[in-house]
Design a protein around this ligand. Sequence first.
Ligand code: DX5
Ligand code: ZN
Length: 231
Amino acid sequence: MSRRSHLARLRQQSPLILPSVLSCDYSDMRGEVQKLEAAGVQALHLDVMDGNFVPNLTYGMPIVAAFRKLTELPLDVHLMIENPGRYVRQFYEAGADIITIHEEAAGDETARILQEIKELGAGAGVAINPDIPVERVMPFLEIADLILIMSVNAGFGGQKFNPVALEKLEALRKAGPKDLLLEVDGGVNLETVQACTEAGADLLVIGSAIFNQSDYSAAIDELYRTAHVST
Ligand code: DX5
Ligand code: ZN
């Protein structure tokens, strides 16, 4: 079964919280994944950074492959790397279900790389940082499965939410096809999560607001209760 079949399920269940495992305990990945599964999470968000596109360095294919062995949850892989087209096949082979590239890094190659990701059989996403106008992703609304709106500058967990993301989500919700997944990433917590869902976000990537808590399940439940769209 194509990994692309996860997309419809994620859409159906949205809004969904995707833990960003950037801040998990890497000495106990198995335990961390078990706790997240027990908390009922539906997908994991993995942050790949190259120390070049962003001023931070995390991990590459081997860690994605390790998560693949530990869980059947869809893996949403956020590539914060230069020249992403060079690596999409390898991340697919490592087990990524959704692969998101940055428009700033892919430039003129963005559409071609999104197409390649889809042909491989994964969900294709395109991301922009807070200082990039939303117009830059408008050409990809039909070809991308997912648009990732960064609400902090890509690179580090624990930064403050930038509300410019909300206007972009609203604009994309209006302009994009119904089944386009909108994801928001950075500084999403109890103070900001409801504004994100109200602006139209389907996938809420959350790192420190989960991993800074001792009980992930309680943290996620509270975030869901707060995310509930009131209108
Ligand atoms: C930042 C990453 C995020 C990060 C989110 O560049 O893309 O996924 O882990 O962490 P918090 O929720 O702490 O902002
Ligand atoms: Zn991310």
